[in-house]
Design a protein around this ligand. Structure first.
Ligand SMILES: Cc1cc2nc3c(=O)[nH]c(=O)nc-3n(C[C@H](O)[C@H](O)[C@H](O)COP(=O)(O)O)c2cc1C
Length: 467
């Protein structure tokens, strides 16, 4: 049977998505992103069309830079700006009825309790439609500077601290109180039952906490746990903690290998690998005819430049592509300065090899980035061509769905909704989501709470005795 595709939209709370620019194109309303009506219109459109979720990247304080220096090119394009999706979501939840929301918060810049309170609040006000995209943070060099830290925390150490950050958060969400803690009994004057509120104690290497969760239990208790970052450390982290993973792909082979590796590691953690939902970013440019779609794509590409692509890419990797020999593969020229990989591995490794085994040159990488930035796959074509390719991608990689990375934001979403979704629906790829009103039920279909096999579930019973 054809697998149902999870449908999401990737946004970043700003006018651009994934390091490309399009706000100046006549089809784009991206520049309106500071207006809440812009987001409400988008959320209503996605809700009506049956999308599962609207995802907000971000969460890092840092800005993309060339070795720590703010680039004029990124300022000119407005790429150093972005709103915090967390504050937009309540308005969108009030304007929609089914759409889920995922918002990124980086670990490591604050105490986990800030995240605990934020997502418990969001879970209440969205009525259980919230997810947390856990990242260890892009642009770590500038983020460290802004937070007054003397140096950037090394890559794998960030993941180690992130695991403890999540553990603390789960102790509060899963163990801090019982589902039926709130009684609201007017006759006896009892609002909440003291027996059902439990102390939370954590003494770890990176974090300490001792107290109580000062929010009542929310519909999902823990937000749906998303994760992004597919380095080896990232995959291990995903397999243990995540319920959904946002992956970016360059080739189907490499993506299939990452998907298989994450599922295998999840099984080793005692989890059902099918419960992990793997979702890839996809740029879709479509129009009633293939020729029109390709014309739109050419117009989009004409707005990009080597300079912009390189500066943005540097924020994710610490590498300045403009410094290398354009005619040789990047892989052969990587500096040994310890910075490559410390800022993020996935966006370097994705350009190591092509399906035929050859390595792309720096020129070819820049061309790829100009076409789609640090987004995932890109498909251009008429609705049938796009639907064919999306099906092929899901079937070849064992992915569970895709996150639309729109080039002209709402206008591109409209094109996909009007042209491609009817085609996918005809093919049985958009069958109704599983029953339930929470995001977790909608994505995983096994109830509103973390699965019993997830280590977070162990924090529920006898919690007050654990540390
Ligand atoms: C697909 C993907 C999405 C990401 N989204 C964000 C994000 O929204 N906010 C952020 O601060 N960092 C984001 N990052 C960056 C990671 O937090 C950072 O690069 C970290 O080092 C983990 O990536 P790695 O496992 O690829 O090394 C993303 C990375 C990837 C690969």
């Amino acid at each position: 049977m054809a697998k149902r595709m999870i449908l999401g939209v990737f946004e970043a709370g700003t006018q651009q998505v994934g390091g490309t620019t399009s706000w100046a194109h006549p089809k784009s309303q991206n520049g309106d992103y500071r207006d809440i009506e812009y987001w409400i219109g988008m959320a209503r459109m996605l809700d009506d069309a049956g999308f599962d979720l609207l995802f907000f990247a971000g969460g890092s304080f840092g800005y993309a830079s060339l070795k720590g220096e703010l680039s004029d090119v990124l300022v000119r394009e407005g790429m150093m700006f972005g709103l915090d999706g967390s504050y937009i979501i309540p308005a969108l939840a009030a304007a929609t009825s089914r759409l889920g929301f995922v918002v990124t918060t980086t670990t490591g810049s604050d105490h986990p309790l800030h995240t605990v309170r934020k997502y418990s609040t969001l879970d209440h006000v969205t009525k259980g439609r919230i997810g947390w995209n856990i990242v260890t943070g892009a642009s770590q060099n500038t983020m460290a500077k802004m937070l007054g830290q003397t140096e950037m925390v090394p890559h794998d150490k960030r993941y180690e601290a992130a695991a403890e950050y999540v553990e603390v958060a789960l102790k509060f969400w899963e163990g801090g109180n019982d589902d039926d803690a709130v009684v609201l009994d007017r006759a006896t004057g009892v609002f909440a039952d003291p027996q059902k509120i439990h102390p939370v104690v954590h003494e770890g290497e990176y974090y300490r906490s001792n107290g109580y969760h000062t929010q009542p239990p929310s519909p999902q208790r823990s937000p749906v746990l998303f994760q992004a970052g597919t380095s080896a450390a990232g995959r291990a982290f995903a397999a243990r903690h995540a319920e959904a993973v946002f992956v970016q792909g360059t080739t189907y082979e490499q993506t299939a290998a990452n998907v298989a590796d994450i599922r295998r590691r999840a099984a080793e953690e005692g989890r059902d690998p099918a419960d992990l939902k793997l979702i890839v970013g996809v740029t879709v440019i479509t129009a009633p005819t293939s020729a029109e779609a390709h014309r739109l794509r050419a117009e989009f590409e004409a707005l990009q430049s080597d300079e912009l692509a390189a500066h943005y890419y540097s924020g994710n990797t610490g590498l300045n592509l403009l410094e290398y020999d354009f005619d040789r593969p990047l892989k052969d020229q990587l500096p040994d300065d310890g910075l490559a990989g410390q800022m993020g591995v996935s966006n370097i490794e994705r350009f190591y090899t092509r399906p035929d085994g050859s390595a792309p040159t720096v020129r070819e990488i820049l061309d790829d980035l100009k076409g789609k930035g640090t987004r995932g796959f890109a498909i251009t074509g008429d609705p049938v061509e796009v639907a064919d390719e999306l099906e092929r991608m899901i079937d070849l990689t064992d992915l569970d769905g895709f996150m639309l990375e729109a080039v002209f934001n709402t206008a591109s979403m409209r094109d996909v909704i009007d042209l491609v979704l009817p085609e996918l629906r005809r093919r049985g790829r958009l069958d109704p989501a599983p029953e339930g009103t929470t995001l977790r039920e909608r994505l995983i279909g096994k109830g509103p709470h973390l699965a019993a096999e997830h280590h977070g579930a162990d924090l529920r019973p006898e919690f007050s005795a654990s540390t």
